[in-house]
Design a protein around this ligand. Structure first.
Ligand code: ADP
Length: 497
């Protein structure tokens, strides 16, 4: 089975969030299921700069306003096959893949990601003679137009769109229809029209054969007005082809026993070594070197979605109970300011690093006792999975993938030995505070805390389970597609005879 994955991020080449981790881990994970996955990526400088040996396999004289070359390469020690869309007029810009230096979206993002989807659709129709995919699997709005461009072209591959976050939809003015080479017929209520504008994501959700999102709970949630961000009606309509598959983590990258970024490797049997990482983290964040202080951490984008304003409200109670907080993140200025102010007001107790630092994020997972993820909505969430793997107990809002991956340490779960963290009702500072209180209570009983840590570290959070689910989904989509194609041929023949 050949699958073309189409993504705007790919760890470790270019990353702003969880999408990169997922797109980066999938090819290796799916290989074990006999799926040959190639990933099509924009040729940002961060990508082209890290890939030396690439071969040109197709050229485009005018790809949405400039010359472009499709290049192939094998990346990393496993030789992961990548297809790079080298289009300097669209992608040769430094920094973040979506935003300019001023923090605003690039004004031609519609062209940049339409081009990616358009080239994906050409590959789907046989652009690369020796490698024609059975499936095109697009991630988020940046790949949403691929199924639209394919339409019902004869011999097209089956299509899958995965929603990593429905808050980002790629909405652009209707006048862009012609510059984007989109057929007029696609601009309908059942297609990519969204309140008079073009929605890349809606197009993908309307046209793809299969839809997935990154956890079963989020799949249910986005079918409701509270979480569907205006697309719940369409998703209810397409509920029959929508599946939630919880993300895994790449356990070669996230493994406390082998992690080169951390002070001292440890495992479930050598948990005492975690203390060395805790001391190092306290030093790094200027926190008091108190081994017994319950050290919470946060690694997150600082946006309303992530609910960190709730944590600000819960800080006094956390501090009163002797807790410490290390926060790594960047985003909205007001949240950055508020956490910096909290750190100034509570030296030795709260430490804040603003920015994006992959290595430090590993050190935080290794050194902290618990990780707080108070999101208002969370499609899957990865930091709580890393927390489980590193014995850093997740304290999570009961939404989306957070609800699906952490077993709350309530009395029954503790008695049965299945608890792996703490859950609380989302969007409530007092509920978060209660969860923090419960964490302090458990931490006071160190053997009980250790038992939950070991349990968390033993949870299977790698890609083996989701890889099987994606492989089964691909098989079903291909069978349906090829079955319906032979059905179409048969009907066509009957009509002619
Ligand atoms: P989202 O994709 O919504 O940001 P996820 O939990 O799915 O949230 O994935 C976030 C990913 O980005 C994780 O790998 C996390 O460790 C990483 N991350 C988030 N913020 C930072 C940061 N400031 N520095 C380093 N890594 C970060």
């Amino acid at each position: 089975m050949r699958v073309l994955s189409v993504a705007s991020e790919f760890f470790p080449l270019i990353k702003t969030g969880g999408l990169a981790d997922v797109a980066g881990a999938m090819p290796g994970a799916l290989a074990a299921e006999d799926v040959e996955m190639r990933t099509l990526l924009p040729g940002y400088p961060a990508v082209t700069g890290q890939l030396t040996r690439t071969g040109a396999i197709a050229t485009f004289d005018d790809l949405f306003g400039g010359r472009a070359t499709l290049r192939e390469t094998a990346y990393g020690s496993n030789g992961t096959p990548l297809l790079i869309l080298d289009a300097p007029h669209l992608y040769d810009r430094p920094g973040n893949p979506y935003l300019g230096k001023d923090g605003k979206d690039w004004p031609d993002n519609h062209l940049r990601f339409a081009a990616l989807s358009w080239v994906a659709s050409r590959i789907g129709l046989g652009l690369i003679e020796s490698w024609r995919p059975d499936i095109i699997h697009g991630h988020d709005w940046q790949a949403g137009l691929a199924p639209v461009y394919l339409g019902n072209a004869d011999g097209r591959p089956a299509t899958v769109i995965t929603i990593h976050n429905i808050a980002f939809q790629g909405i652009f003015p209707a006048e862009m229809l012609t510059p984007l080479k989109l057929p007029r017929t696609s601009f309908t209520m059942d297609g990519l029209e969204y309140y008079g504008k073009i929605s890349f994501l809606k197009g993908g959700l309307a046209f793809a054969d299969r839809l997935t999102t990154v956890s079963p709970t989020y799949a249910r949630e986005i079918c409701t007005p509270a979480f569907g961000m205006g697309l719940d009606g369409l998703l209810r309509h397409r509920r029959g082809v929508l599946t939630g598959i919880t993300n895994g983590i790449d356990d070669e990258v996230w493994n406390p026993e082998t992690d080169p970024a951390i002070e001292k490797p440890y495992g479930a049997a050598t948990l005492e070594a975690k203390a060395v990482n805790k001391a190092a983290l306290q030093r790094r964040f200027g926190l008091d070197p108190a081994e017994g202080a319950l050290l919470f951490c946060v690694v997150s984008r600082l946006t309303a979605q992530k609910g960190l304003d709730l944590l600000l409200e819960a800080l006094p109670s956390m501090l009163a109970q002797g807790g410490q907080l290390a926060l790594l993140g960047s985003g909205e200025a007001s949240l950055q300011e508020a956490f910096l102010a909290a750190a100034r007001n509570h030296p030795g107790r709260i430490g804040v690093v603003l920015g994006y630092d992959e290595r430090l994020s590993h050190q935080m997972q290794a050194g902290a006792d618990a990780i707080i993820v108070p999101s208002r909505f969370e499609p899957c969430g990865l930091t709580q999975l890393y927390g489980l793997r590193y014995g850093t107990l997740p304290i999570v809002a009961r939404v989306g993938g957070l609800a699906d991956t952490v077993i709350d340490a309530n009395q029954a779960a503790l008695l049965d030995g299945v608890a792996t963290g703490f859950q609380f009702a989302a969007d409530s500072a007092s509920e978060l505070q209660t969860a923090l209180d419960r964490a302090f209570e458990l931490y006071a009983d160190r053997p009980a805390w250790r038992a939950v840590q070991r349990r968390a570290m033993g949870r299977k959070v790698d890609w083996s389970v989701p890889a099987k689910a994606y492989a089964a989904l691909y098989r079903g989509a291909v069978e349906e597609r090829t079955g319906s194609r032979s059905e179409e041929r048969r009907v066509g023949k009957e009509c002619r005879s």
